[in-house]
Design a protein around this ligand. Structure first.
Ligand code: GLU
Length: 447
């Protein structure tokens, strides 16, 4: 829906006050467009100051990280942590270590997190952080020293009631362990609830490693059920081959679907007989190799360098690599090849033009803030376990995750229908998240 005069003015101001941050502008624009029906129905929400506060991070920390590599060379990286909104709880969101990270990218991710975290219903605010540090090819010692240097500054800004970082691209349980070790050393406190995504032995939660990928699949299952389908015998293309993609592939396999392709930054893997989770695990975790090594182990598979997997025919697409990886031409190819549903495993992987193509073709499309909320939701469960020094079983935690994903799915659909946009998950997710955060902001007064 087009922006009204108030939001047009606000959006133009955001673009001019935050120059050279296209991903942040894109995320804000999507939300402002999709909440228009709510603003029209409840004019009090059109209050410019509420929207202005919603789009202005509460705090943004940027710092220098100095570390020394194995050859004795000194490196200077840039670190970030943006606390976007603490209206619903302490800032919560991951850390991304990737060369593409800059302030605009962190702001877009933290902004998305506001609505995602609100949708979980678990009382978590929104933040995101990271560094332009590139972990690829770095030794374990280098990773550890980098994490320690990063935490040496970050520790003063975080804590279980203030801001709780977790993983994202380039940050898994190993990095979280090194970050937590340094936090514990500096603060002299074993405050497990300061970071989530920890290894089990230092207070992590079962299911947290699987949660984002499993959660996307539970969401897809609910989307398909809505249309009278199931995952059984469906053909799926997943992009990426990191944490989200690997666990999504494993769960899809378990549920009887065939994942015919996945990818990494150098190309895509096509395995018409179905990507095997055990072989993928062997390649990624035992051999610590690139994805092309899979094709050496499975003769029926081929690795296609330099291309994305979107022209492989499938009924379900799960983009789970990174932002803006799936463009208009990819969407057109997917629709032409018989697509039924798309669920974003990554944050904002589909461009606005691609989403338009899906919309026009009547494809069920779930935005990342709804479909990939299982990771942060399970982080909130980790925080609960840390707070009461408890440990939950795999099956209980997995059941809570599945229930949460179904509840987010239903909230999106009910909200969308309520605003005369039946089946529109983008509108449903954005309006529902917005209404929750807006009422908390109103309750808290002008802060
Ligand atoms: N980085 C993940 C996300 O995009 C997880 C964040 C968390 O667990 O705090 O939601």
């Amino acid at each position: 829906m087009p922006l009204d005069a108030v939001t047009t003015g606000l959006y133009n101001e955001i673009v001019s006050r935050n120059p050279a941050e296209p991903e942040f502008h894109q995320a804000v624009s999507e939300v402002l467009h999709s909440i228009q029906p709510a603003l029209q129905r409840q004019p009090s929400l059109r209050d410019a100051s509420l929207l202005q506060r919603l789009c202005e991070p509460e705090r943004q920390v940027m710092f220098r990280i100095v570390w020394v590599d194995d050859n004795g060379t000194t490196h200077v990286n840039r670190g970030f942590r943006v606390g976007f909104s603490s209206a619903l709880g302490p800032y919560k969101g991951g850390l991304r270590f990737h060369r593409s990270v800059n302030l605009g990218v962190v702001k877009f991710l933290a902004f998305e997190q506001i609505f995602k975290n609100a949708l979980t219903g678990l009382g978590i605010g929104a933040g995101k952080g990271g560094s332009d540090f590139d972990p690829s090819g770095r030794s374990d010692g280098e990773i550890m020293r980098f994490c320690q240097a990063y935490m040496t500054e970050l520790h003063r800004h975080i804590g279980p009631q203030t801001d709780i970082p977790a993983g994202d691209i380039g940050v898994g349980s190993r990095e979280i362990g090194y970050l937590f070790g340094q936090y514990k050393r500096i603060t002299n406190r074993f405050e497990a609830g300061t970071l989530t995504g920890k290894d089990l032995v230092i207070g992590g939660s079962l299911v947290r490693p699987e949660a984002t990928g499993y959660g996307v699949v539970y969401f897809v299952e609910a989307m398909l059920a809505e249309r009278g389908h199931s995952l059984e015998d469906k053909t799926v293309v997943v992009s990426g081959s990191g944490n989200v993609a690997q666990h999504a592939i494993a769960k899809l396999h378990q549920m009887g679907a065939t994942v015919v392709a996945c990818s990494d930054s150098s190309g895509f893997l096509h395995d018409p007989s179905g990507v095997r989770p055990d072989v993928l695990h062997e390649v990624k975790h035992v051999r610590r190799a690139k994805l092309d090594a899979y094709a050496d182990l499975v003769p029926a598979a081929r690795f296609v360098p330099g291309r994305s997997p979107w022209d492989i025919p499938c009924e379900i697409a799960v983009p789970a690599a990174t932002q803006n990886e799936l463009g208009e031409a990819d969407a057109v190819a997917l629709v032409k090849n018989g697509l039924i549903a798309v669920a974003e495993g990554a944050n904002m992987p589909c461009t606005p033009k691609a989403v338009e193509v899906f919309d026009e073709a009547g494809i069920a499309f779930a935005p990342g803030k709804a479909a990939n909320a299982g990771g942060v939701a399970t982080s909130a469960l980790e925080m609960q376990q840390n707070a009461c020094r408890d440990r939950w079983s795999f099956s209980d935690t997995d059941k809570t995750l599945a229930d949460t994903m179904r509840s987010i799915h239903n909230t999106c659909l009910i909200t969308a229908a309520n605003y005369e946009k039946p089946g529109d998950y983008v509108t449903g997710a954005n309006i529902s998240g917005f209404l929750t955060v807006a009422s908390a902001m109103n309750a808290l007064g002008l802060v």
